[in-house]
Design a binder for this molecule. Structure first.
Ligand code: SAH
Ligand code: SF4
Length: 390
């Protein structure tokens, strides 16, 4: 059965059954898992504690070819966007975002498990914290779960492009293994957000397996609270995620509107799972004490950015443990939609703050290398149609 699981997505137990026919023992399985997941070593010849015969059998799996970095672009703010190519020639993106730093020594190698006064997952809220010279820079990685996306949100490059295929769990995890291998000297991967191309919960099995792997203590070893899954609101899968991970994985909801009419216009998924059902799913999510759900609200000029909408949003979220991230829309090639001016963004934020919410305006990171989710990958393959949905 384990042979059905792609090698980079195997648990130590699955490696054990895969290696048995090749004469491998249980401890060899653990060693392979650790080389791959904890150290990002994908070349069998570098797995020095394995018997030669096993290394040769592993060689046939061509692990380093699961994903290959085809381009890396660095923005002035330190953000790096990696374009990665799959075995079948598809391209997805993953983004590394250097953020706050933590005191040295609190971040054990290879992957940090940081403790701090900040609420878990809120690392980038104090991006302004000055960094002492010898402190590791904490890096958040944004990963993709699909090539394109079937959800068709009108402001999103991936949505306009449509879905090409799901990524496998190995391809999701490989983004972290690859990028971690290329972190700079003083950098540590501290958080992973599922906010790249695709809808993670529309590819549930692969997403769930990747979460289990990234949180495996013998592997990448991230704690679940350092990982956030962002969804456009697939109600049944939100419940499933909550049940499968006991609410420990951070949840971000792309809300973008506070009434059904507006939301359905921006996000077709709302016709299937309207706000009442979505809010019900959020209330039922088994959040640990003191944790909050992140509400993402992309501000689109003339569509969802008016003070009345901010007030509606405040009323809609009443009673829920949330924080709100406002994201001025990044313009995309395929649409004439765009962000409101900064005055509008600040006015919107003010209303939510006055209503008692934690509300942050998200900086657009890496603006000079590409804009929003999915856009870098699309630079090489522009959608044929220009969509004007105003
Ligand atoms: N499919 C998931 C995760 C990927 S999108 C989701 O929709 O939540 C990650 C976030 O980027 C979402 O909140 C999405 O709405 C936002 N986004 C997509 N395109 C954008 C754009 N052009 N400008 C600003 N935010 C955008
Ligand atoms: Fe898909 Fe998310 Fe883009 Fe909507 S915003 S099209 S769900 S990737």
């Amino acid at each position: 059965m384990s042979s059905d699981v792609p090698p980079l997505a195997r648990t130590p137990e699955e490696w054990k059954s895969a290696l048995e026919p090749l004469g491998g023992r249980a401890f060899h399985a653990k060693q392979v898992f650790r080389w791959v997941q904890a150290r990002s070593v994908l070349e069998p010849e570098r797995m020095t504690d394995l018997p030669l015969a096993l290394r040769q059998s592993l060689g046939a799996l061509e692990l380093p070819q699961t994903l290959v970095v085809s381009d890396e672009r660095r923005a002035a703010d330190g953000t790096r966007k990696l374009l990665v190519r799959t075995r079948d020639g598809m391209t997805v993106e993953t983004v590394l975002i250097p953020g706050v730093t933590g005191p040295k020594g609190r971040l054990p190698s290879p992957v940090p498990e940081t403790e701090g006064a900040m609420e878990e997952g809120d690392d980038d809220e104090d991006e302004g914290t000055p960094a002492a010279e010898d402190e590791p820079v904490r890096v958040t990685q944004c990963i993709s779960t699909q090539v394109g996306c079937a959800q068709g949100c009108v402001f999103c490059a991936s949505g306009v492009a449509g879905l090409k295929r799901n990524l496998g769990p190995d391809e999701i995890v490989a983004q972290v293994l690859l990028a971690r291998g290329s972190l700079g000297e003083g950098e540590r991967l501290s958080n992973v957000v599922y906010m790249g191309m695709g809808e993670p919960l529309a590819n549930y099995e692969a997403t769930a397996r990747s979460l289990r792997l990234l949180t495996h203590p013998e592997g990448v070893g991230l704690s679940a609270r350092r990982i956030t899954v962002s969804t456009s609101g697939l109600v049944p899968e939100i419940a499933r995620l909550g049940a499968d991970f006991g609410g420990k994985v951070g949840l971000a909801i792309s809300l973008h509107a506070a009434d059904d009419e507006t939301r359905s216009r921006l996000m077709p998924i709302n016709k299937k799972y309207p706000l009442a059902r979505l809010l019900e799913a959020l209330r039922a999510y088994p959040l640990p004490p003191r944790k909050r759900i992140t509400i993402e609200y992309t501000l689109v000029a003339g569509k969802n950015d008016q003070p009345t909408e901010a007030r509606k949003l405040a009323a809609l979220l009443r009673g829920l443990a949330v924080k709100v991230n406002l994201i001025p829309m990044n313009p995309i090639e395929a649409s004439t939609l765009g962000p409101p001016d900064m005055g509008g963004v600040l006015a919107f934020q003010r209303i939510l703050c006055d209503a008692g919410y934690s509300c942050f305006i998200r900086r657009r990171r890496g603006d000079d290398v590409a804009a929003a989710c999915g856009q870098l990958a699309l630079l090489g393959a522009k959608p044929k149609v220009r969509v004007d949905r105003r």
